[in-house]
Write a protein that binds this ligand. Structure first.
Ligand code: 13P
Length: 252
């Protein structure tokens, strides 16, 4: 089996950008740049407060909407937090889990990432699980070990059946927001390792069905070459997803 059987998935990660009132004008801009490519699934992951506007504005463009985080608990006394079923109730389909910025600034660990993956799957969401090495780890030559561990920890206890809804995004931390993209060889090497790790935990079928994204300074100029790699099934796009250029990336 090869990637022809996996639908490319391009997801934008707006991070902490875009006012709710800017969502509709942005969707109109996107629509003008590129009508959606049929073979590609496109997702915009937005701040919580933007989600209702995004769901409304992107429906016509057939762009799915995702959140950027969730709380691992079902409900209860967790002031300021958002639960998975609240997102589902709104019409949210995807959720980014374990982004390196959350690991770095908000103390998320492989353990909490695993809990969030379970919460998302339980509620019916599709998690986009982020893994990635730091520059120091790459320079020390421990990238593959680090990614292997992150993937194993994130998926601990997840059934093969639920794995069908999981997307894994490989985002080298040193390539995020730096304009420094991993080479296609570096990106392919790690995305292949992610798939092979899943093959060892589950089986061939689960590994071949898994969609693995690359993220880190993806733009209209480098997307096509990255997404043409055998184990890269799309991208997780930060900065470029805030511009109409995202329409070009999504059809690369
Ligand atoms: P940039 O595309 O801005 O490098 O961000 C990547 C990212 O963190 C997406 O989640």
């Amino acid at each position: 089996m090869n990637r022809k059987y996996r639908k490319t998935i391009i997801a934008g990660n707006w991070k902490m950008n875009m006012l709710p009132s800017q969502v509709k004008p942005f969707a109109d801009e996107l629509k003008a740049v590129s009508p959606r490519a049929k073979w590609c699934e496109t997702v915009i992951c937005a701040p919580f407060v933007d989600l209702p506007a995004a769901i409304k504005a992107f429906k016509e463009l057939r762009i799915s909407v995702g959140a950027e985080n969730l709380n691992e608990n079902e409900k209860g006394a967790y002031t300021g937090e958002v639960a998975a079923n609240m997102l589902v109730d709104l019409g949210v389909k995807y959720v980014i889990i374990g982004h390196s910025e959350r690991r770095q600034y908000y103390g998320e660990t492989d353990f909490s990432v695993n809990k969030k993956v379970h919460a998302a799957l339980e509620a019916g969401l599709q998690p986009i699980v982020c893994v990635g090495e730091s520059l120091e780890e790459r320079e020390m030559g421990i990238t593959l070990e680090r990614i292997n561990l992150q993937v194993k920890a994130a998926l601990s206890g997840v059934s093969a059946e639920k794995m069908r809804r999981v997307v894994i995004a490989y985002e080298p931390i040193w390539a995020i927001g730096t304009g420094k993209t991993a080479t296609t060889e570096q990106a392919e090497e790690v995305c292949k390792l992610v798939r092979d790790t899943v093959r060892v935990i589950y089986n061939d079928e689960t590994a071949e069905a898994l969609r693995v994204q690359y993220g880190g300074s993806v733009n209209a100029g480098n997307a096509a070459e990255l997404f043409a790699q055998p184990d890269i099934d799309g991208g997780l796009v930060g900065g470029a997803s805030l511009k109409a250029e995202f329409g070009v990336v999504a059809t690369a």
